[in-house]
Design a protein around this ligand. Structure first.
Ligand code: FES
Length: 232
């Protein structure tokens, strides 16, 4: 026959007996003592937390599942999961936060809110739906007109008076620059458009120099006849 240990419950001060090897959640529930639980003792909800007031040497160590949920902080919090705690001696535990009445009221509140929401659901008939759709379409078209008007007011002030059909000027209204090579007519070996006065002068000077140089070269170069005479 398994041993029985005494458990003193705070705050009521009641004393109950718990069998060795039976976890506190099951043992207390069997004696009609309320301990909250949502997972049914599978160490996943942490609802069954109790506080060990005294006799912490007479409880079994926390299994891995409990450590995963609560961490290794028992020496600070003195809290254990009732569903994972068995006894090896007499202990005192605090179950103040396990109040059946409060929990039931909270649950009722939740469900009553849900039912209230349900009452608000309206089932509409076909003509009503058509009417609402027409109204919404009207509202939408009104909104679109308003939005267009708003967009018009947000136009840049210099664009407002502009002809919307006119092509947009690029690069701030400047004409694109031509490359220098665009000005050259390669067939005639001349420029297609007049050069600036300064450039034209430079060009004339250059042409003059080239011409003089060519003439000088002509003078210096002996003619064929002279060359033959010289050679004898
Ligand atoms: S009953 Fe859920 S963790 Fe203990």
């Amino acid at each position: 026959m398994s041993k029985l240990y005494k458990v003193t419950l705070k705050p009521s001060g009641d004393v109950v007996e718990v069998e060795e090897g039976k976890n506190l959640l099951v043992a207390l529930r069997e004696q009609n003592i309320y301990i909250k639980s949502s997972c049914g003792g599978h160490a996943t909800c942490t609802d069954c937390i109790i506080k060990i007031v005294s006799g912490e040497d007479y409880i079994t160590p926390p299994p891995f599942e409990e450590l995963k949920l609560l961490g290794n902080v028992f020496h600070i919090t003195k809290e254990r999961l009732a569903c994972q705690t068995c006894l090896t001696g007499d202990v005192t535990i605090d179950i103040t936060k396990h109040n059946k009445a409060t929990d039931e009221a909270r649950l009722k509140n939740k469900t009553s809110n849900f039912s209230k929401k349900k009452q608000h659901t309206k089932i509409r008939k076909e003509p009503d739906i058509k009417k609402i759709r027409a109204e919404r379409a009207d509202e939408r078209s009104k909104e679109e007109v308003e939005n267009l008007a708003k967009a018009e007011t947000w136009k840049k002030h210099w664009e407002k008076n502009q002809d919307s059909e006119a092509p947009k000027k690029l690069a701030g209204g400047k004409r694109p620059k031509f490359f220098d090579t665009d000005k050259v007519d390669y067939e005639k070996n001349d420029y297609t458009r007049p050069l600036s006065a300064e450039k034209q002068k430079l060009r004339d000077d250059r042409l003059e120099t080239e011409k003089l140089k060519a003439e000088n070269d002509k003078k210096i170069t002996p003619s064929d006849k002279e060359y033959k005479k010289f050679r004898g």
